[in-house]
Design a protein around this ligand. Sequence first.
Ligand code: UP5
Ligand code: MG
Length: 235
Amino acid sequence: CPITHELMTDPVCGPGAGKGTQCARIAEYCIEPSFHDSYILTFLNSSCCSDTGSRFRTTVYSPSVSPSKYGYVHLSAGDLLREEAAKPDSSLGKEINEHIKNGSIVPVAVTCKLLENAMKKSGKENFLIDGFPRNQDNVNGWKESVGDRVNVQCVLFFDCDEQTCVARCLERGKGSGRTDDNEASLKKRIVTYNDSTRPVIQLFEKENLVKHIDASNDVDKRFGEYLKYGLKGAV
Ligand code: UP5
Ligand code: MG
């Protein structure tokens, strides 16, 4: 299996922290690591970047390098689940939809399979996994199925207060069509996050893998800046 690298985000500091938004930017602007024991993050705006220490390096984004060829592949577990559930012939659709609406967590075997399939299909080796793992069962299932084939480079924690997260989701809910962008589902999503996901983040903290990023700021203006702060703070 060609999967040798993985850059992984943690599952939100509350729904709507901006995982999807920021992962899309990272996938677009970061290129492949040059060294297997470190990685290079490359941003469009070089003024946002500086040497962040021995473990991380930054360079200037080169427009001649196609991000789609070299960049991290962004895989959102939530998006993959929604995609699967939307297939007319999916036997899992009903179950997935129930979990999403209730903010509960889909059985790990389902999510892992979808992630693995997407990783293989991409033909790439570097991944930005968005919104997974979300509980201890996810961690165990992930380790069992792909654990020895991946190298988790870091866990990005998008730090954003609950009120802001909820407001973002409710705003998005006006047009997203997502069945969980409403007050009732959001309450449940937050409970799940607090009860099941926070402990997972603490696990990664113990392994020194977590990089905190302030995700409360304006998405476009502050992207490079707070990404740098997040990485810097973690080195
Ligand atoms: N927005 C983003 N950043 C902003 C900023 N800085 N300033 C202003 N606005 C900002 O952003 C949310 C909204 O906020 C968007 O409208 C965006 O424009 C705006 P987004 O980037 O989508 O945030 P994200 O953290 O990705 O929020 P999301 O709602 O996707 O997070 P969830 O973790 O709740 O949702 P996910 O899709 O990952 O999971 C949904 C459900 O699937 C789960 O509840 C669960 O039931 C199931 N699931 C599993 O069971 N297992 C999994 O492994 C994954 C999911
Ligand atoms: Mg998302």
